[in-house]
Design a protein around this ligand. Structure first.
Ligand code: FAD
Length: 563
């Protein structure tokens, strides 16, 4: 069938039309080989513009469409869908960006911009000649989810998924559910016992028919892709395979043990906030002089991040200690008090109003704890206002340490190819737009696995991850990426570069008449092109981006340079 290309050049109001001479670009496009129709539109994305494309496809029997307009980021799906509406395979569409890449950056040189727009259209038409039809493929989704981690985040996610009607495999490596929350006594900002939140939740999870709880289990392998994962878990020597459609990583974090800071481990009465909550759970009375040191092991070169709720934990325990013994003297040595939002600001004011003292210290001049016979009895600290050290009597010193990444995060990250941020926590796909998703489809995250988060945030994120995971499972199938990499087995030299470089774990080996060759799993490939670009034997191409198409587009520039 002969090529019949339609070119539609957009004014984008004055965005493009105010700089580029659109009429000249259209006249130029008409003269390009295989172009059967060219026109301009005030807004090609408007209903008038879109219906004009559909009409011209039918009228002129067009079998390729090129739109020269704004950005593919927002408009490519729209134009593709429009081609499909007109009966043309949507992948026979080519986008040329003459706004961001032309009119906006050359607004002071309209003639040059017009000339560049012609070049870009010529390149687009050259590439469009090599486009091929691609058929969208769907893969089935197993309506079951693996939730890794039985803390508050994982419990919330598991219960929400189960209530949506999906099977849940909840895998926890400890011998009981609850995570960090199990060791916490009372909860800010209400100071209610943590049992009141945790016990009903754990009970609902344990008694839910759709939730299968695997305690004392470790995840040792994950294979597959969205809709169809096989996870292998191990309990001692026994292993079990779980087939699931989605995965939620809610493996939480650990409280930092402040080894090396403030004589930790040397005095019996110097401990972390969590150790205090666990050790003195039944009774906070009996302390008269309490000093808390905040920002221990955090906001320094090694861990530059803020622990986010450490200050509130210190405020909580200060208020509870003061309420248990109103005569006690409590001093919080802080570097800043992070008590954002109305509730926590009020919490801070409450601590102030009942007589908790606040003294600022600095990273450069840290407090010094001294004592005798295994017990601390004094904390001295540089006081910025007096310009000298002050001594504070102490029969209890609490070190406020942050949540650090879970000890299994690195192994899990390697096993599932999930990114970790600079702080070592799991890194979401996008902080604002995809906060509970990983770049790998079908895998989600929530809670302290992602970043230090208090319980309300953990719950919200657990519910959000469950809502996200529920979408493909409710739909029953997912549209696989269409423009993906394909291997020509005969040309593959078995070097393995594509396997090493693939960020989605889509590339692996397969047997080709006794020879191992690269295989790219269509369900896992995202079409990023890294494998194709790194393949030394030219054995891999990404659909819609054939070497011939790209070379023709480049040669189209050369044509101009040569003129
Ligand atoms: C001292 C202290 C006091 C606090 N006080 C409060 C408070 O008063 N109010 C408040 O809102 N928040 C408070 N918090 C914060 C609160 O504890 C956390 O927000 C919350 O418990 C984190 O829940 P999570 O499920 O994200 O993680 P976690 O509680 O850490 O749970 C993660 C779970 O995953 C499991 N796990 C880890 N790796 C694996 C693996 N590879 N396979 C299987 N399972 C795995 C762990 O065993 C754990 O059970 C406090 C925290 C601390 C440290």
């Amino acid at each position: 069938m002969s090529l019949r290309i339609g070119v539609f050049v957009c004014h984008c109001g004055t965005n493009i039309g105010g700089v580029v001479d659109v009429e000249k670009v259209v006249e130029y496009a008409k003269g390009l080989p295989n172009v059967a129709w060219a026109e301009r539109n005030l807004y090609t994305c408007s209903e008038n513009g879109l219906s004009s494309i559909r009409e011209k496809i039918a009228e002129h029997n067009l079998n390729r469409v090129v739109v020269a307009s704004c950005t593919p980021r927002t408009h490519e799906p729209l134009f593709r869908a429009n081609c499909a509406k007109a009966g043309l395979n949507k992948y026979l569409f080519e986008f040329v960006n003459i706004r961001e890449q032309c009119s906006w950056i050359h607004k002071n040189t309209p003639e040059g911009a017009t000339s560049k727009a012609k070049d870009l259209v010529r390149m687009g038409v050259s590439k469009a000649r090599h486009l091929e039809e691609v058929i969208d493929e769907y893969t089935d989704v197993i309506p079951s989810s693996l939730v890794l981690g039985g803390g508050i985040s994982g419990l919330s996610a598991a219960l929400s998924l189960a209530n949506q009607g999906f099977d849940v495999q909840l895998v926890e490596r400890q011998d009981q559910l609850g995570g960090l929350l199990r060791g916490i006594n009372r909860l800010f900002p209400t100071n209610q016992p943590s049992k009141e939140i945790l016990d009903p939740l754990v009970n609902s999870v344990l008694t839910h028919k759709k939730i299968h709880v695997h305690l004392h289990c470790e995840l040792v392998d994950v294979q597959g892709f969205i809709g169809n994962f096989t996870a292998t878990i191990k309990n001692g020597e026994e292993s079990e395979e779980l087939r699931v459609g989605t995965i939620i990583v809610a493996t939480g974090g650990n409280e930092l043990k402040p080894n090396g800071f403030f004589n930790y481990g040397q005095f019996d009465n110097v401990m972390t906030q969590l150790e205090f909550e666990q050790r003195y759970k039944p009774d906070y009375r009996g302390f008269n002089n309490i000093v808390m040191i905040n920002c221990v092991g955090i906001r320094n070169d090694e861990r530059p991040y803020c622990g986010r709720f450490c200050c509130i934990t210190a405020l909580k325990n200060a208020i509870l200690l003061k309420e248990a013994n109103p005569q006690s003297h409590i001093t919080i040595l802080h570097r800043d008090i992070m008590a954002t939002g109305k509730i926590y600001e009020d919490y801070y004011r409450k601590a102030l109003s009942i007589g908790v003292r606040f003294v600022r210290h600095t990273l450069e001049k840290p407090p010094v704890i001294t004592g005798a016979d295994g017990a601390a009895d004094n904390v001295s600290v540089y006081h910025g206002l007096t310009g000298g050290d002050i001594d504070i009597k102490s029969d209890l010193v609490l070190l406020t340490t942050p949540i650090i990444p879970g000890d299994d995060s690195e192994r899990l990250s390697k096993m599932m190819k999930l990114p970790l941020g600079a702080d070592g926590f799991f890194l979401e796909a996008h902080q604002k737009l995809r906060p509970v998703e990983f770049p790998t489809d079908g895998i989600f995250t929530a809670g302290c696995a992602r970043y230090p988060s208090e319980i309300a945030e953990c719950t919200t994120q657990g519910l959000a991850a469950a809502a996200k995971a529920g979408v493909p499972m409710a739909q029953g199938s997912v549209l696989a990426e269409a423009l993906i990499a394909v291997v020509d087995s005969e040309r593959c030299s078995s070097c393995g570069r594509c396997i090493d470089i693939c960020p989605f774990g889509a590339s692996s080996w397969k047997d080709n008449r006794g020879v191992p060759v690269a295989y790219i799993n269509p369900a896992e490939c995202k079409g990023c092109g890294l494998c194709s670009a790194s393949c030394l034997s030219g054995a891999i191409h990404v659909k819609g981006f054939s070497d011939e198409g790209i070379m023709d587009a480049i040669n189209a520039v050369k044509e101009y340079v040569a003129v």
